[in-house]
Structures are given as structure tokens and as C-alpha cells.
Design a protein around this ligand. Structure first.
Ligand SMILES: [Zn+2]
Length: 220
């Protein structure tokens, strides 16, 4: 694929399958899958965490806001360097939240002579269609069976339990999620990588394995 170990920045709105595709890449190519959520959780659980880092992670988690940029950078940059020692590459999932963070990542990659290895991929989906799909999903309260489309009965076909809409899937909640994580907020990051000529847009309204093949082709 590359001579040097690839660093893939994977982007996409909620429901685009970004996390799943990142896992596939990690498994197939023996890359390290890095998500800031996982890095923060690991920091919170480790016995020997840096006190300053721990304090910021605890505060932001308790108050329900995003962690400070300096913490994200520190965790991500350290993890990327470690992963490149032990793995065949890195896939970054949801690490970059705005264009100024993207510029910091670029700076880091350039200082470490890694920039040539970086590729950015955006998984594009029809957001209106995705919002419709997520908000029409129903689940069984008892056995967690998923009903992709609205069903005529509210009795689970598997166990006879009650079929309900998860609070997370309510239309207004889904819309709010797209407002903060959808294409409109990611556009400046997409533009940033496009200007650097390292961005590929992947048409992701397709079956999981079809999308994965497109990702593989884009990385060749
Ligand atoms: Zn059930």
C-alpha cells in the first residue's frame, strides 16, 4: 500500500459506519484504531495517569463538555507515535473536530516527518435519508431486537416484548446530533484536507463491505 506506515484520518457523520470501517482497517492491515473517546476512557481508568491530564478529563466528562484541545493533542500525538512503533499503521477515528485542530495535527505530522503518510477520508451519506432511517428504528425493550422500519405491531416478534423507540433515536435528538457532527460542521475540516490534496470522499450509502472496498481502493 505505502512504503511508510499509513496514517488514515477517517471522518463522517454519525451513522456513516465510520467506527466499523475503522475497525475493519485495523483488523485487516494490523493497524492501530485510535479514537479520542477510547483514549479518554483509557486515561480515566489507568492507575498511573498524569494528574493534570486526569483532572481535565474528569472535569470535562463530569460537566459533559468536550475536553480541552491540549489534552486531545497530547493523548492523540502520544498514541500515534506509540502505535507506529508497534503497528503497521494508524486509523484515526473522530479525533479532529475543527479546522484549527486539523492544522495542529498537520504541524505535528510535519515535525515528526509523518505528513507524507497521512490520508484523509470522508464517508459521505445522504444525511436526510440517514436521519429518517435512524428515527424510524425501533427496538424491543426486553430482548433488544432491532426493527429497522416502523412496524405495525408494537409486540416483538422474537420474544413478545414491547417495541419502543430508543431515546437516542428520537427525531429531534438525531437532528441535534447531525447539527453538531454532520457535514455542515465538518466542512471546514474537509476543505482543509482537500486543499492539502490528501482528501478522498467515499460514497458511503452502500453495504458495509462495498464501502470497505471503496476505502481500500481510495488508499491504494
Ligand atoms: Zn423482543
Amino acid at each position: 500500500m505505502y512504503h511508510a506506515k499509513p496514517i488514515v484520518i477517517l471522518m463522517g457523520p454519525p451513522g456513516s459506519g465510520k467506527g466499523t470501517q475503522a475497525k475493519h482497517l485495523a483488523v485487516l492491515y494490523k493497524w492501530k484504531h485510535l479514537s479520542t473517546g477510547d483514549l479518554l476512557r483509557a486515561l480515566l481508568q489507568a492507575k498511573d495517569s498524569d494528574p493534570e491530564e486526569l483532572k481535565e478529563a474528569q472535569t470535562s466528562t463530569a460537566e459533559g463538555h468536550l475536553s480541552a484541545d491540549w489534552l486531545i493533542f497530547r493523548l492523540a500525538f502520544r498514541a500515534i507515535k506509540e502505535a507506529l512503533e508497534t503497528h503497521g499503521g494508524v486509523v484515526l477515528d473522530g479525533a479532529i473536530r475543527n479546522a484549527s485542530q486539523a492544522a495542529e495535527f498537520e504541524k505535528f505530522f510535519r515535525v515528526e516527518h509523518l505528513w507524507e503518510q497521512v490520508r484523509a477520508l470522508y464517508l459521505e451519506v445522504n444525511e436526510e435519508e440517514l436521519i429518517r432511517r435512524i428515527s424510524s428504528r425501533r427496538v424491543c425493550e426486553s430482548c433488544a431486537a432491532i426493527y429497522p422500519e416502523r412496524v405495525n405491531s408494537d409486540i416483538c416478534l422474537v420474544c413478545g416484548g414491547k417495541i419502543v423507540q430508543r431515546a437516542d433515536d428520537a427525531p429531534e435528538v438525531v437532528r441535534a446530533r447531525f447539527k453538531t457532527q454532520g457535514r455542515s460542521v465538518q466542512q471546514p475540516i474537509i476543505d482543509f484536507f482537500a486543499e492539502k490534496n490528501i482528501l478522498r470522499i467515499i460514497e458511503a450509502d452502500a453495504l458495509e463491505d462495498v464501502v470497505f472496498r471503496r476505502i481500500q481502493e481510495a488508499l491504494e
